[in-house]
Design a protein around this ligand. Structure first.
Ligand SMILES: [Zn+2]
Length: 219
């Protein structure tokens, strides 16, 4: 007797278009929710083999929107997660905000009613491609504007940031080094008015750095 083929592993099509009702619902309930990033204390990123294919689990994203709940997305990374995992989960958040939310789009509801989406994608190519990536860590400085940092060096914390169309200026501190400016220009031509704005922003950020580096008076 011929063996029946195993029921194929359910793979999810993440490119199903949302219908207009889903788009409207998401715009009303999800679009404005903030995102926090946390990391699991113990559970580590893992790879598992199923039906002839490698899968990777690197975290999940949960969401609550009703009154009386946290009303936020939470990206919950597994220990050892990399920027790749975070990017993937952030993309699910953006997709949910755009209407790709609900069971039809791969979201599930846990027994306590919280909706979640697990990052458990099939991996084509060698697993080592992921293991070579630098793990990230959640920043524990409450004032830092970055929620996560790479772990291949001391964290570069961001205290203040000016973001315009043509430049970005950050007041940063790498580990316990003195504060400094980080500047990115995305244009090489500026009008006189823009140049004046840039000088203004730089002056403001430099003042901030000088203040932060000034020796503190001992009480
Ligand atoms: Zn930081």
């Amino acid at each position: 007797m011929e063996m029946l083929p195993k029921k194929p592993y359910r793979t999810l099509d993440l490119h199903v278009d949302p219908d207009p009702l889903e788009v409207d619902w998401a715009a009303e309930h999800l679009a404005a929710l903030p995102v926090v990033i946390t990391m699991h204390d113990t559970r580590e990123v893992n790879h598992f083999f199923s039906n002839g294919e490698w899968f990777r689990h690197g975290g999940k994203v949960t969401v609550t929107w009703e009154e009386g709940t946290m009303q936020r997305f939470r990206i919950h990374l597994d220990r050892g997660a990399t920027g790749f995992d975070l990017k993937w989960l952030k993309r699910r958040v953006e997709a949910a905000r755009a209407g790709l939310f609900g069971e039809r789009h791969g979201w599930r509801q846990s027994t306590d009613g919280i909706w979640y989406f697990r990052w458990g994608a099939g991996v084509s190519g060698p697993i080592s491609a992921f293991e070579d990536m630098t793990p990230i860590a959640v920043c524990d400085e409450p004032w830092c504007l970055e929620q996560i940092h790479e772990t291949d060096g001391p964290p570069v914390h961001v205290g203040e940031r000016v973001d315009s169309d043509d430049w970005m200026i950050e007041v940063t501190q790498c580990g316990s080094d003195p504060w400094e400016l980080y500047v990115e220009l995305s244009t090489s031509t500026l009008t006189v008015a823009q140049a004046a704005d840039l000088v203004n922003d730089l002056r403001w950020a430099s003042g901030s750095v000088a203040k932060l580096n000034a020796p503190r008076a001992v009480a």
